[in-house]
Design a protein. Structure first.
Length: 168
């Protein structure tokens, strides 16, 4: 598959992946663009030697992790919800839950967040996550366990879980 075809077919999925990772549409676009620029330089070799999706996702994850190291202290998530006018009530609740989860993920250390997004959003096994993050599978499991434990202890998530249990 040539580079242009790859970007046309996988671009939206890569943007969604980057957005869940960083919770910022403009940064997600920047991460994907930078990762694709870097991959374009080596496209023939990547296509021949490695899985395209795995390689590009790894480049996006590296962009995200690098950004998180450089991030300014004043750059923090807000409590504002997205615009919900004209949406059904169920959609408003879903937006609120999604925004709450993205805020909670943003509070996690960068490696824990990356592991949880790769595991639950991209549905990758621990071995592939370890390869993407250049660590062992045991380290992936530790980051996942600690990240999930931290999310479970958060009072805002406890409220979402209680609502979900009442509806069930």
């Amino acid at each position: 598959m040539d580079f242009d075809d790859y970007v046309l077919t996988r671009g939206d999925a890569l943007l969604r992946f980057a957005y869940v990772m960083c919770d910022d549409a403009q940064r997600a676009e920047d991460f994907v663009q930078e990762a694709l620029v870097r991959c374009h330089r080596r496209w023939r070799r990547i296509e021949r030697d490695a899985g395209l999706d795995a390689y590009v996702r790894k480049a996006i994850v590296r962009q995200y992790l690098s950004w998180r190291r450089r991030r300014a202290a004043e750059d923090r998530p807000t409590d504002a919800l997205s615009d919900t006018r004209g949406r059904p009530d169920g959609a408003i609740e879903a937006i609120g839950e999604r925004d709450a989860m993205l805020r909670l993920l943003a509070e996690l250390p960068r490696r824990q967040r990356a592991v949880l997004v790769l595991r639950y959003y991209e549905d990758l096994p621990d071995g592939q996550i370890a390869e993407l993050l250049s660590c062992s599978t045991a380290t992936v499991r530790v980051h996942a366990s600690r990240g999930l434990a931290r999310l479970r202890r958060h009072p805002e998530l406890a409220g979402l879980v209680a609502v979900a249990e009442e509806e069930a």
